[in-house]
Design a binder for this molecule. Structure first.
Ligand SMILES: [Zn+2]
Length: 300
């Protein structure tokens, strides 16, 4: 008979401690990693939510801007130009406490320049005044309509821009005015629209046709038509072919005036005018001018 010998394994206590420690470390690392992993997921979700909220806010702000602009244009649209409520056109150059500037564009619309000018004015939230030429408005009615619908004032620069033809007599001047008014009405699809505002090609005085121009002023008034020249210009139709020249001419003609009407052109060759426009806008903003158009002159 043999005695049953039970061999008790010798437990090395340091090994046990080491094992326990290792287990604790592994469990801890797993737990910490789990916590960090969960935290990372939470942080990613949180960041995603922040981005979504920022996008939603941006969209909301954009919507608010569009709504404000729509409301502003609707308000403008509700104003109907009449001989009576446009009387302030006569006093447009009167000194004002608040500086103001009227950007005006003649000879358009053109396919190449006018839409770009409209884009820029929209971006800058500025309403301008367009003295359209009948023959160009006839070719580009959708551009006239766009300008009108975006709150710009559509006025009349005659039909042909040929001095010999428009200044042949007061009758021919009036006939060109009326023909262009018809073209404008058709383009903007508003049969009751009357601009009541004419700009003489080449200005209302001086030159070879000064007598007819002078005589026509009485005829225009009798037909409830105001006329408007300008008191500042970039000389974009008189050979100012660079941005620098146009800005120099502008600064020189604006001087210290508090109410400024700027003459510019949006006919097809006026690329430099469009390219200079951001600087022209900055010029007036830096000097504290408010941008206005003819609608702003209307009395309630
Ligand atoms: Zn002109």
């Amino acid at each position: 008979m043999y005695d049953l010998i039970v061999v008790k394994p010798k437990l090395n206590k340091w090994k046990v401690i080491a094992c326990i420690c290792a287990t604790i470390i592994i469990v801890s690392i797993a737990t910490i990693d789990g916590i960090f992993c969960a935290t990372r997921v939470k942080a990613a979700k949180f960041a995603e939510q922040i981005v979504m909220q920022a996008e939603a806010l941006e969209n909301y702000q954009e919507q608010v801007l569009i709504m404000e602009e729509t409301k502003r244009v609707e308000e403008i649209r509700s104003k109907i130009p009449t001989w009576e409520n446009l009387q302030q056109v006569r006093h447009i150059y009167a000194a004002k406490e608040e500086k103001r500037v009227f950007l005006t564009f003649d000879d358009g619309p053109s396919k190449s320049i006018t839409p770009q000018i409209l884009d820029l004015l929209k971006q800058e939230q500025i309403k301008a005044t367009f003295f359209v030429l009948g023959k160009n408005a006839e070719k580009n009615p959708s551009i006239v309509k766009r300008a009108y619908e975006e709150g710009h004032y559509i006025a009349n620069h005659g039909y042909s821009h040929e001095y010999g033809s428009i200044y042949e007599s007061t009758d021919s001047l009036l006939a060109e005015y009326n023909r262009t008014e018809d073209v404008i009405r058709k383009a903007i699809e508003n049969e009751s629209y009357s601009s009541h505002l004419f700009r003489y090609p080449g200005g209302s005085s001086g030159g070879k046709y000064k007598e007819i121009k002078k005589e026509a002023k009485t005829i225009l008034e009798a037909n409830q038509i105001y006329y408007l020249d300008w008191n500042a210009l970039t000389k974009d139709a008189e050979g100012a072919k660079t941005k620098e020249q146009q800005l120099e001419n502008l600064a020189g003609t604006v001087g210290e005036k508090s109410s400024v009407v700027v003459l510019m052109h949006d006919s097809s060759s006026k690329t430099v005018t469009y390219e200079t426009l951001p600087d022209i806008i900055a010029f007036f903003r830096e000097r504290g001018y408010q941008f206005k158009n003819i609608y702003d002159l209307m009395q309630e």
